[in-house]
Design a protein around this ligand. Structure first.
Ligand SMILES: Cc1cc2nc3c(=O)[nH]c(=O)nc-3n(C[C@H](O)[C@H](O)[C@H](O)COP(=O)(O)OP(=O)(O)OC[C@H]3O[C@@H](n4cnc5c(N)ncnc54)[C@H](O)[C@@H]3O)c2cc1C
Length: 457
């Protein structure tokens, strides 16, 4: 097979997890390749428009990227409060893509787009490379360490790792949802309607001041609710085809821009037919919800449907079994671990598998994510990071949020580069070494001896 290249670190997946891993590894001097199957950089964060980090982002490359986006007027990094806790502002998806490109290039990491990993190279139980399928056909990429940041755990699965899927008992996963964006919303009129009808609103976050101008609402407006109004519309004969009876909307960076979270398709996103049909079904639901907003909510008279997020919003697929499986009890009990690589305060955010509820369970001061969750059991030379982390279904509802994914990406990047420098497998890298670098990057670890998030920074 044709050789594409030899690398120290090969990161598969250019979502936020893989981007962070690639930048960290390359900055430490590792010859790094980031492989991505699509032509989009940032995965769900940019292509799925998941521009609100759930959980505080206190340090590391993810925080750097948000701060850079602030510099372009494309983010508000100020801590915000929600009913489940504190989180770090919101950002614009295209500005985020811009700063990712800058940071990747500065780090020296190479990016290979339009290349799907379809196989791995194994030497005994050690992963030593991947096969990428490109327009030029299959090509070989060797890597001293490979990081699986595919979200779906594709690389680890190809390497023979054991994986877990969905809820205990029935295996059902959280549904798919794609955001869509609307322009030309008259925010003052929208807010007036919501204030006149508090019975329709479950949660409303408004900017502190300046509520008479559309621009005042950029970034800060957040609303969830509208069940009674959807019910009323249905009684009047409106054909509401969305299998969810409330909406979440948040303002974007552009004056009059709103992002809507309401579409929902159940099923296994690893099934090619289900995945394909979900794209169509989600679009139909988005068109329906847009029509509803125009007809039944103030401020939408001149609204324009801008786009449905180009990347399908897959919440949950495989979770790879690692040296430790983080559990719901760990999350609920705010567990701390000696080998923790980050403290996560994201709630367990559950869009009900097979049902229509959206449930948020607060995790208090947060829990540590053990380094062992990044080490796929019985395999060497491979790290797992991001959505496919070694966690149970309920813990996943918290770790799936981007700040936690980015923490695992940061730790994986350090561990991979350190493993290369010392000629060892990632499993043999001293955790204290990884933790020291994470702490230096401003990351709160979640060990027994640390620590609480500073909600003011
Ligand atoms: C509807 C929805 C709402 C959400 N809301 C929030 C929220 O409000 N706040 C929050 O913090 N988080 C939220 N999340 C979760 C969060 O956005 C993601 O879990 C997180 O961004 C995942 O990052 P990742 O890099 O691990 O995965 P992804 O972003 O999925 O990136 C994986 C990348 O790997 C690539 N890839 C996959 N397979 C291969 C392969 N075989 N070869 C090469 N490349 C491959 C993909 O193309 C993709 O670019 C939400 C998610 C969804 C779907």
């Amino acid at each position: 097979m044709k050789l594409f290249g030899n690398y120290d670190v090969v990161v598969v997946g250019a979502g936020m997890t893989g981007v962070v891993s690639g930048i960290v590894a390359a900055r430490r001097g590792a010859r790094t390749l980031v492989v991505e199957s699509s032509g989009l950089i940032g995965g769900l964060v940019t292509g799925g428009r998941l521009t609100k980090p759930t959980g505080l982002v206190q340090g590391g490359v993810y925080r750097e990227l948000i701060d850079r986006a602030v510099g372009y007027g494309g983010a508000d990094a100020a801590p915000q409060r929600s009913y489940w806790g504190a989180y770090t502002g919101v950002f614009d998806a295209e500005v985020m893509q811009r700063v990712i490109i800058e940071a990747l290039e500065e780090s020296g990491a190479e990016l290979l787009l339009f290349a799907s990993v379809t196989d791995v190279v194994r030497d005994g139980n050690r992963v030593s490379g991947v096969v990428v399928q490109t327009k030029a056909g299959p090509e070989l990429v060797t890597g001293t360490v490979v990081i699986d940041a595919t979200g779906d755990g594709d690389v680890a699965t190809l390497a023979g790792a054991e994986f877990m899927i969905g809820r205990d008992g029935d295996g059902h996963m959280q549904p798919m949802t794609s955001y869509f964006r609307i322009l030309n919303v008259d925010f003052p009129a929208l807010v007036a309607d919501l204030k006149d009808h508090p019975e329709d609103v479950a949660e409303l976050v408004l900017p502190d001041s300046g509520r008479d101008r559309n621009e005042s609402y950029a970034l800060t407006f957040f609303m969830t609710g509208l069940s009674p109004r959807i019910k009323r519309a249905q009684e009047e004969g409106f054909n509401w085809i969305v299998p969810r009876d409330n909406l979440t909307v948040k303002a974007g960076m552009l004056p009059g821009e709103i992002n809507v979270n309401v579409t929902r398709v159940q099923g296994n996103a690893l099934d090619p037919r289900v995945r394909s049909q979900a794209v169509i079904e989600i679009r139909k639901q988005a068109y329906c919800a847009f029509d509803f907003l125009k007809q039944y909510l103030g401020g939408f008279e001149n609204a324009i449907l801008l786009d449905v997020a180009p990347v399908l919003g897959v919440r949950e697929t495989r979770r790879i079994r690692g040296d430790y499986v983080l559990t719901e009890d760990d999350v609920r009990n705010e567990a701390r671990f000696d080998d923790a690589i980050g403290l996560c305060n994201a709630p367990m955010d559950i869009h009900e598998p097979g049902g229509n509820r959206a449930i948020m369970i607060n995790v208090g001061s947060g829990y540590g994510i053990p380094f062992r969750c990044l080490l796929p059991a019985d395999l060497e030379g491979l790290l797992i990071a991001g959505r496919c982390l070694s966690v149970d279904h309920m813990a996943f509802a918290s770790t799936r949020n981007t700040p936690a994914c980015a923490l695992t990406g940061q730790a994986a990047g350090i561990a991979a580069a350190e493993a290369v420098s010392n000629g060892v497998s990632p499993r043999a890298v001293p955790v204290a070494k990884i933790q020291a670098e994470l702490t230096a990057a401003g990351i709160v670890l979640g060990t027994h001896t640390t620590d609480f998030l500073d909600e003011t920074s």
